[in-house]
Each structure stands twice: as C-alpha cells, then as structure tokens.
Design a binder for this molecule. Structure first.
Ligand code: NAD
Length: 481
C-alpha cells in the first residue's frame, strides 16, 4: 500500500487507531460506522513485504492454529479412527506443504476481507510505524523508507498494538530448530521429536496439532500444576485426555537451556529430582506473550506503563492521557483474548461517539483450541469455595448424550455451578468437542442472569450436544455430581 506522505501534510482525523489486529480492526470499523473520520496505522509486513491487516491473530496465531488443527484432526481420523465406521482408507499420505498452503490461503482470504472492510468504511490506511507524541499528535514513519515522516493529528487515539512472544534467554530463537510460536505453525517437514517449552494455552494448542500429525511431542512446564486458569476438574480431565492421546506432559520441568546440536537440539531442564536433558529435532518456545509497548510513545508523552510494559488504563480503557485509549493485549484489563480486544474496540468507539457503552468482563468466555476444546465462562468451583460462596454443582458427561455416541466424540463434560440459594448461574465449564460453540449459550444465559432452572426450562433440540448443558442444569438442583 502507498502511504499518503506526499499527498497531505499533517492530516487530521476524529480517530486514529494504532494497530490493526482484532481489537484495532473492530475499533476502526465501529468508529467509521458511527460517522467518525477514521485512520488506522499498522506495520505488519507479510512475506512479500506488503502490509497485511489482522495482526498476530490473523497473520500468525489463532487462524493458523485453527486451520492446522482441523487438518491434523482429519489426518488423525483417517489414520486411526476411520475403520470403526466400516471405511478402509489406504495410502493416507501427509502432504505438509499442501497443509500449510491451505492454511496460508485461508489467512489470505481473511486478509482480503479485512482490507475490503476498511475500503467499504472509508478507513484511511497508513502502512508504517506510529509513535505517540502527545494526546493529539502521532509521528508516522512510513514503511517505505524513502517516504517522509508525517505528523498526524487526531482528536482521539486508540492504542491497539497487541503483544508478541516472550523471548526465553536460555532458548534463543533461530526459527530453524528453536522456534517461536509463529514459526511453529510453519514447520514444513515433519520432525520426529518435538519439545514445547510451556504448557499454557499456546503450548497446548501447538502440541495438539503436531501430536495429531504423528510427531512425538513433549511438553515441558515449569509449574507443578497443570493448566491453572480453568476449573481444576476440567484441567484434570484435560490432562487425562491429552495423556491418552500420547502427549508427554512433564510438569515441574523448568527449562534452563536449549542447545543446538548436529542432530537437532538438546533441552536441559530442572525438576525436583535434579537436572534432566531431552534430545529432540525441534523446540518450540511458548512461554507467554508481552505487550508491544516499546517505543510506542515518546518520553515526553508521559504515557503510563507498568513495570511489565502494560499500558495503564481505567475500566473504560482510558489511559492517563486525555483522549488516548488502549485496548487488547496492550493492557491488563482482562486476559489476552482476541474477542476481549474486539469487544473493547467497539466499547471505545461507542464512548468516542458519545453513545452509551458497556462491557461486561465477567461474562468473557475463554477458549482453548485443543482437541477436544476447553471453554468456560464465569467463576471456577475453587474460586467460589475459597470465598465461602454456597454453591450447587451439576455435571453431565458428553458420553451420556446420544449425539456424542453417534459421532464417537464422547470425551468430556459440562459443569454448571449455581448459587445454592438464588440458583443464579455463576460459572459454566466445558471440555469436549465443540465446547467453543457450546459456551455461547452459557454466556448468554449468564448475561441475562439466568438460573439453572431457566436452562432446565429452555427446550434443547434432541439429539444434540447442547443437551449436556440442559442435563447438567437438571443435576444442579438435585445436587448430583
Ligand atoms: P501462558 O502464560 O498461558 O503459558 C506459558 C507457560 O510457560 C506457563 O505455564 C509458564 O509456567 C511456562 N514457562 C515459562 N517459562 C518456562 C520455562 N523456562 N520452562 C518451562 N516452562 C516455562 O502463555 P502462552 O501459552 O504463551 O499464551 C500467551 C497469551 O496468549 C495467554 O494470555 C493466552 O491466554 C493468550 N492466547 C489465547 C489463545 C486462545 O484464547 N485460544 C490462543 C493463544 C494465546
């Protein structure tokens, strides 16, 4: 894309959004829909050197993960699960370059959709780096080196520059044998043995893909406990299922070095039993993400960041500078989730337009895209018990639904937690196929302050997986686990 550095000196907009990831995109589009003159500055460069909207989510994260997981599941089914259907498939061959090409085509199509959305909404695109000078001014350095720096004036500025993978000093990324989570979705020849450092959301999602493709995959996780964020019953179920799938999950294993060798890479890690080593062909580092706030503002701008680089915001996503907002992974207001950023984008746009704007972080669903999926909303049993909240719990196993039996995807459960006196639903936790879709009903129910009885009185189609929600709700009142 050409910048307009030569066309206009000091352009002025109602809103300038910095960053075109899911949060920035959603914000820019909503601002334009509300009649605000809107520009978006983004510096993501694709393989051909062109600007590509969508940020890490589209270009190097969630979309690629889902596309690859889908392919991996099909391959695994054809290799291992198809015969029970009375279907014999021979000569099943993995064409990894084609699998990557399919993934890249999906990303390209969505990139085009995002660009079309900008065009339809007359959002001005700037390709290059933005730096906040103060509350109304941005310095824009075009990606095109020869083009002149531009000062852009904006009545409102929205910071949405996202996050990037943490570097682990003891495992320096070379993207040949020691990969970051982006390169991990572009491995073009199948390694025999793979180690993943970090069994968080990204580590588990990547492990699910490569394990399903037949790679011997080992997760090395520093913490002694497995998956701390979800309800612990779901985490235990997840551990059991992944273990059955052949994932080697080593907890209490803190990686201290990853050394390139002639055969691949040796990973040294420490456990309670002492130092251990693992020899693998490739290592993926998935040890968290950090906000992209470095060099985002001049020192004179006085933008307040915390010690980890997160931009300080209030509950309305306002930074300490008037008219400057921050959304998405850049702040600690909620977890690093694409849909959290998108909601915040709309929330901020509506505030700028002077509309009533609201966001309910307590009703934010979380999803882990493994096979099976994990999804939850609201509070966990452990958190509620810790504060002495009186609760009733209903659990329903997917294997007890006719739908799961017919599809053969019987692993998993639905857990509903309701207040013991009011019956208000306080949390819903699901592990199982299509959990990410099923959770939507729970989010809606909780948004309307539903009771478990409301779910019981809601008619669910039969046979469907959603009946597990209904039947878990039936067990809440009865107090049956
Ligand atoms: P994470 O913080 O969830 O997990 C990183 C893990 O690495 C931690 O469990 C940590 O203990 C471990 N670790 C750190 N140093 C280690 C070492 N030296 N040896 C062994 N283990 C070590 O981070 P992530 O999985 O990278 O994800 C980053 C963020 O992105 C999270 O907030 C996540 O929620 C978000 N995200 C969400 C989705 C989704 O919603 N599906 C997808 C991708 C990312």
């Amino acid at each position: 894309m050409k910048t307009n550095a030569t066309q206009a000196a000091n352009p002025v907009f109602d809103v300038v959004v910095i960053g075109a990831g899911p949060a920035g995109l959603a914000c820019a589009v909503r601002c334009a829909q509300l009649g605000l003159s809107t520009a978006c500055i983004d510096n993501w460069r694709d393989k051909k050197g062109h600007n590509s909207l969508g940020g890490a989510y589209l270009n190097a994260g969630c979309v690629a993960t889902l596309a690859m997981l889908e392919s991996a599941k099909i391959y695994h089914t054809l290799k291992h699960d198809i015969q029970q259907h009375g279907i014999h498939a021979e000569g099943i061959v993995l064409d990894l370059p084609q699998m990557l090409k399919r993934k890249d085509n999906i990303i390209a199509a969505l990139q085009t959709d995002a660009a079309d959305l900008f065009t339809q909404h007359h959002i001005k695109r700037f390709f290059g780096k933005a730096k906040l000078i103060n509350e109304g001014l941005i310095e824009f350095s075009p990606a095109e080196k020869a083009a002149a720096t531009l000062i852009i004036t904006a009545r409102h500025i929205v910071l949405a520059t996202g996050s990037s993978p943490f570097q682990l000093p003891c495992a320096p990324i070379d993207n040949e044998v020691i990969l970051d989570s982006v390169a991990a979705l572009n491995i073009d020849s199948l390694p025999k043995r793979l180690a993943i450092i970090g069994a968080g959301v990204i580590g588990l999602e990547l492990a699910g893909i490569w394990n399903r493709l037949g790679v011997k995959t080992t997760l090395l996780e520093a913490q002694d406990t497995f998956l701390n964020l979800p309800d612990q019953q779901i985490s235990r179920e997840a551990y059991r299922i992944y273990n059955k799938q052949g994932l080697d999950m080593r907890l209490g294993a803190r990686v201290v070095a990853a050394r390139k060798t002639r055969q691949g890479v040796t990973v040294d890690y420490q456990t309670n039993e002492g130092s251990q080593s693992l020899h693998v062909d490739k290592v993926i580092v998935a040890t968290g993400r950090k906000p992209n706030s470095e060099d985002l503002a001049t020192a004179e701008a006085n933008l307040l960041l915390d010690e980890n680089g997160y931009v300080h915001v209030d509950e309305n996503c306002r930074t300490t500078l008037p008219g400057v907002y921050a959304i998405g992974d850049l702040t600690l207001l909620g977890p690093m989730l694409a849909h959290k950023g998108m909601e915040e984008g709309v929330f901020v746009a509506e505030q700028i337009a002077g509309l009533h704007a609201a966001i309910n972080f307590d009703r934010l669903p979380s999803v882990i895209f493994t096979d099976p999926e994990i999804a939850w909303v609201g509070q966990t049993e452990q958190a509620l018990r810790a504060v002495g909240e009186p609760i009733h719990i209903g659990i329903y196993y997917l294997r007890d639904t006719a739908k799961a039996q017919t599809t053969g995807k019987t692993e998993g459960l639905v857990k509903i937690i309701a207040h013991a006196e009011t019956d208000t639903i306080l949390g819903v936790h699901i592990i199982g196929t299509h959990a990410a879709e099923l959770i939507a009903e729970a989010v809606l129910a909780m948004e309307f302050s539903a009771s478990s009885e409301d779910l019981v009185r809601t008619i669910h189609a039969h046979p469907t997986l959603s009946e597990a929600l209904h039947d878990a709700a039936l067990k809440v009142k009865a107090g049956i686990k």
